[in-house]
Design a binder for this molecule. Structure first.
Ligand SMILES: [Fe+2]
Length: 290
């Protein structure tokens, strides 16, 4: 968190700033993030997907710092990011905000060839071989104490087309969304406003993985869809220090293979250990096997 000037702290940011200095800074720590990030880079995955909340108060300097972190993770063709509610904390011109991450938040040529990106920028599609990423944005500025999100009708309509088209090409569809996508996963103040409508889209058109953040907790739900189960997975924050009931900073690795009769997909959870000095494999689960 950069030092904020008084004039930056108008409106909602004041509350967030107090919140940060009273508690969040002891929980979200740069040293923890670095331990996790270094482990992730060492594992050398083909691709890294980030489901948002890269900044806290939406100060312009935070967006620049987050862009440097993205560059540290890898080049834009190996890293996909979507924004979270904190990334739209206050209304900000894109040049001073998420525009710093633009290369990480846009389609690639193979994805664009299958599904065009609407002028609003979301959803955008990236294709890497048999895997397609559909990236959504639920980030909307809200009143203080509200951390809700919304996709809106236009984005949901594009999502329908995207899932249908990618399904027709028999691709493994990975949907990225910041807020937990199912109704009831988060309350009114923190939840996705159109979760019910999104659930219907997923059920009617299918997806293989739906990856989300926001809850700072590990979660897994299987949703029945027209093309089989969609696995809906939440992961703890990447910077959270271990403290009592707070889950440790973690990321999930997904190994996806096309095999005779369908897909094989394993999920490996890697979390910062209690001491905060290293990362261990905390979970290994088979999500799909034919
Ligand atoms: Fe969030």
């Amino acid at each position: 968190m950069p030092r904020a000037r008084r004039r930056d702290l108008l409106g909602k940011r004041v509350l967030g700033y107090v919140n940060w200095h009273r508690g969040r800074k002891f929980v979200h720590r740069r040293d923890i993030l670095d331990v996790l990030t270094n482990d992730l880079i060492e594992q050398a995955p083909d691709h890294i997907a980030i489901t948002g909340d890269l900044v806290n108060l939406g100060l312009p300097k935070e967006f620049v710092a987050a862009a440097a972190w993205l560059h540290h993770l890898g080049p834009p063709d190996k890293v996909t990011a979507i924004p979270g509610n904190h990334d739209a904390y206050v209304r900000l011109h894109p040049d001073r905000g998420t525009g710093h991450w633009r290369d990480y938040m846009e389609a690639n040529a193979a994805g664009e060839a299958l599904v065009g990106t609407p002028s609003t920028g979301f959803p955008f599609v990236r294709r890497y071989g048999d895997v397609a990423i559909v990236a959504l944005s639920t980030a909307i500025p809200t009143m203080p104490f509200i951390a809700a999100g919304r996709l809106g009708t236009a984005q949901r309509a594009h999502l329908r087309l995207a899932l249908e088209e990618l399904g027709r090409h028999r691709l493994f569809r990975v949907v990225l969304i910041h807020h937990p996508p199912l109704p009831g996963q988060a309350g009114w103040r923190r939840g996705l406003r159109d979760a019910k409508a999104l659930k219907a889209v997923l059920q009617e058109h299918g997806a293989e993985l739906v990856l989300h953040g926001h809850d700072h907790a590990a979660s897994l739900h299987a949703l029945d869809t027209v093309t089989g189960p969609a696995m809906i997975i939440g992961v703890p924050s990447a910077s959270e220090a271990v403290a009592g009931r707070i889950p440790a900073a973690r990321y999930n690795e997904y190994r996806i293979d096309k095999v005779a009769g369908g897909w094989r997909c394993d999920m490996i959870g890697r979390a910062v250990a209690d001491a905060g000095t290293h990362v261990w494999e905390c979970e290994h689960r088979v999500l799909f096997e034919p």
